[in-house]
Design a protein. Structure first.
Lengths: 316, 319
């Protein structure tokens, strides 16, 4: 079976990330229900999301002379901060191409880290994922998800979870571009083939759920929501080819459940999660077998006023 | 009924300091080695808000409960608390198969009261004044179960000292540790753990100006009584003579932060560091308004805040 990340590559990534990214804790979540849910708290990373792992694993392998003109990425969200953070650490400039719709919480983070922001239309934005080019930018390009080194960085999350919870039975991961799910799934498949891997999308943007159900790439209705870091208008063909082999199932999670999970994480786990970060938790709270389950709480970069609204609302 | 605590309450500082390493090993299987993470301001944060029950208190209560004679704990364990010690007591009792009874302030946050109930703890609520009098008269002597003092018990203090051992292991270069202070058990444990091993590290105590009990007590040379006006409900313990002496000896530096800064820091920890932290937990972060000149760790002591209150703080202190 083709795998985007071998065990050896994931372990090499882990050594590379030592002292750069945090080895995040895996903590139990005390909620009613049969499953014993554990949270992988990527929100505690220096940039508030797992993206630091992929960005660093990529950029730390690039020869210095190729970084002379800086680095750039196309990202509506957390990869912008991942690349900007690593660029600052390496002392090179960074540019982030963002769609005009990008969340201000995430852009502010990248700006604070010294990145230049270039706003483009949504169509131009998606074009860069395919062409990996942008007129007027000549730095080194880091793809937000479709890159073996980025996925190997993400795969280190899988290694850490299995180390902390060897009797893991099911793993819930948010799905946006697919780099997190596929990276983690590649090593978990290899090391613990019986673990079920479930990709999670918001109900309002769930092309993977539709595509895995029918066995071929499907388009799905897309409504933008507060879950801005997961769920995409369309799948990337090369990522779907990986996902269909590596991922057991995909679930479309109602937004109300995600909102409730954000609240549960604040009350019980004492962390702030963004919509995408709470997605896997919302799905795992419906897991109906009495067995150890883990969810990747992928990030916590959420607009302050949105967080206030979600926490102030009475639980429905 | 057992009127003694798990160790003599007047035990010397040296005796407490001596046992911190052993106690840390003993409680390790029950508590979390919490992460020490970077913060945007340069200080590192010791996340005790990630402990079971959401505060550092489990360290001290496991230390005290594990030290008790099994025959002495048949009637269970008991404590008095504004909240987090009660939660820890109930959690520890459940983990060790003991009964738990706690006396709490009537004004304790609902989250904490409900938390104790859901852990199987039995609760008696008292108005604040009556509760302070009850503590003064050693009211627990009339109750069944072994009383664990929430901040003055030497084993509790030793258990809290384990935090300091972790911090210096995680970051040997650390030169200052900033700690929120209520009854003083946490800061005493940390100071005693460092006193012999790392005297080069300065221990800084922090209180809100809405309840600056210890600074006032030092200024006046003894007992003071204040009405709390702070969201840091975990730091509103009454004056205690033993702790007064202990804090005077061990806390090198004090910072009193404006209450408005405490409120703003709860919101900043949520938006800048993705952490849900209660008022007491945010005190040490509030004390770090400028980039520290020396490697500084701040203890984020707890995260038990009603989320509606967090929502209010996020809204009222928009930057």
């Amino acid at each position: 079976m083709y795998t985007p990340v071998t065990r050896a590559e994931a372990e090499a990534a882990r050594r590379r990330l030592d002292g750069v990214a945090l080895r995040t804790p895996l903590v139990p979540l005390d909620v009613a229900g049969p499953a014993r849910i554990h949270l992988k708290l990527e929100v505690l990373q220096p940039i508030g999301s797992f993206k630091i792992r992929g960005a660093a694993n990529k950029m730390l392998q690039v020869p210095r002379d190729q970084l002379a003109n800086g680095v750039w990425t196309a990202s509506a969200g957390n990869m912008a901060q991942g690349v900007a953070w690593c660029a600052r650490r390496l002392g090179v400039p960074s540019t982030i191409v963002v769609p005009v719709t990008a969340s201000e919480a995430k852009l502010a983070g990248a700006r604070r880290l010294g990145a230049a922001i270039e706003k483009v239309t949504l169509d131009e934005f998606f074009e860069t994922f395919a062409t990996r080019r942008r007129l007027g930018i000549d730095g080194f390009f880091v793809h937000a998800f479709s890159d073996p080194d980025v996925m190997a960085g993400n795969a280190t999350i899988g290694l850490e979870i299995l180390e902390d919870l060897p009797d893991l039975r099911a793993l819930y991961v948010p799905y946006g571009g697919g780099g997190l799910s596929c990276g983690i799934a590649a090593v978990v498949r290899a090391l613990a083939p019986d673990v079920r891997i479930i990709a999670c999308e918001p109900e309002t943007a769930a092309p993977l759920a539709a595509s895995l159900r029918t066995g071929s790439m499907q388009e799905a209705a897309f409504t933008p929501s507060f879950v801005d870091g997961a769920g995409a208008p369309r799948l990337y063909p090369e990522m779907f080819e990986l996902a269909r082999v590596l991922i057991d199932d995909a679930v479309a999670v109602p937004l109300a459940d995600v909102a409730r999970a954000i609240r549960v994480l604040a009350e019980r786990a004492h962390v702030v999660a963004e919509g995408a970060g709470a997605l896997a938790v919302a799905a795992a709270m419906l897991h109906n077998a009495a067995e150890p389950v883990a969810c990747v709480v992928s990030g916590g970069n959420i607009d302050r006023s949105l967080l206030a609204d979600l926490l102030a609302a009475p639980p429905s | 009924m057992n009127t003694e605590s798990s160790a003599p309450v007047d035990e010397s500082d040296a005796a407490i300091a001596e046992r911190i390493l052993d106690v840390s090993r003993r409680i390790a299987p029950y508590v979390r080695r919490t992460p020490l993470i970077d913060s945007p301001g340069g200080a590192r944060l010791k996340l005790e808000s990630l402990q079971p029950t959401g505060s550092f208190k489990v360290r001290g209560f496991f230390a005290a409960a594990l030290a008790l004679d099994r025959t002495r704990v048949r009637e269970g364990i008991t404590t008095v608390s504004a909240g987090n010690a009660a939660l820890a007591c109930a959690y520890v009792a459940r983990a060790l198969g003991l009964a738990c009874r706690v006396v709490m302030h009537e004004s304790a946050p609902n989250l904490k009261v409900e938390g104790v109930r859901s852990l199987g703890g039995e609760i008696r609520l008292m108005p604040r004044e009556q509760l302070n009098a009850w503590i003064g008269e050693r009211g627990w002597e009339g109750e069944p179960g072994t009383f664990i003092h929430p901040f003055a018990d030497p084993m509790v203090i030793a258990g809290h000292g384990s935090i300091a051992l972790e911090v210096v292991d995680q970051w040997p270069e650390v030169r200052r540790i900033v700690v929120p202070v209520g009854g003083g058990g946490l800061v005493s444990g940390i100071a005693l753990a460092l006193g012999t091993t790392r005297p080069d590290i300065t221990v800084v105590g922090v209180q809100s100006d809405g309840y600056a009990l210890w600074s006032r007590a030092f200024a006046e040379g003894g007992r003071v009584s204040l009405q709390p006006h702070t969201i840091a409900d975990g730091t509103t313990a009454p004056f205690d003579t033993r702790m007064f002496e202990r804090l005077r000896r061990h806390v090198a530096e004090w910072i009193v932060v404006p209450e408005s800064e405490v409120r703003a820091s709860v919101a900043r920890l949520a938006s800048e560091c993705r952490l849900v932290v209660e008022g007491a937990g945010a005190l040490s972060y509030a004390a770090l308004r400028e980039r520290p000149a020396q490697p500084t760790a701040a203890v984020v002591s707890g995260g038990n805040i009603d989320v509606e209150r967090l929502a209010t703080l996020l809204t009222e202190t928009r930057e």
